[in-house]
Ligand binder design. Structure first.
Ligand code: SME
Length: 156
């Protein structure tokens, strides 16, 4: 098993990285790099941004991924439609799961907000089944909340 992530430290690093930086793409690129660098046993970390009734691929780390996800489709589409975190222990049993990287076995997707409006989602994949514990979910929701808090100050 891998060491537990210090989510408090991760949130501090994120806040330090994005403080006073008003550029959305730059901040999300750095946020995905921070996750990639900090979380053991993941194979994808990144963002999908809501545009109309579709999610469009944003900054990420990992293999090239699908670009457009209709609302309600797959794990990301479900998280966006229900505005609810999806923590999936085994993606192969999730109806409509979209396999961008065949190595993915578990996944967590967390909604992000700009003010009160849904902005999009943070998506993290792992080759390990049940990689994300309830503690991981809680820590990553804090990470996502720190980003959401800062999104109104960013352009793009
Ligand atoms: N597996 C996701 C699609 C995005 S990729 O994992 C990067 C889904 O089912 O929504």
């Amino acid at each position: 098993m891998f060491a537990k992530t210090d989510y408090e430290a991760l949130e501090k690093s994120l806040r330090a990285l994005i403080r006073d930086i008003p550029y959305e793409t730059a901040n999300l690129a750095n946020a995905s790099a921070l996750l990639w660098d900090s979380l053991p046993e993941i194979n994808w970390a990144g963002f999908y941004k809501l545009r109309g009734d579709k999610l469009i691929l944003g900054p990420f780390q990992g293999k090239p991924a699908c670009i457009v996800i209709p609302l309600g489709r797959g794990v990301c589409g479900r998280a966006a439609e229900e505005e609810k975190t999806q923590r999936v222990e085994n993606v192969h049993t999730f109806p409509g799961h979209i396999a961008c990287d065949g190595a993915s076995n578990s996944e967590v997707v967390i909604p992000l907000y700009r003010g009160t409006a849904l902005w999009g989602v943070l998506d993290i994949d792992s080759p390990r089944f049940s990689r994300f514990s309830p503690e991981d979910q809680q820590g990553l929701e804090r990470f996502a909340a720190a980003l959401s808090e800062a999104l109104p100050e960013m352009d793009g």
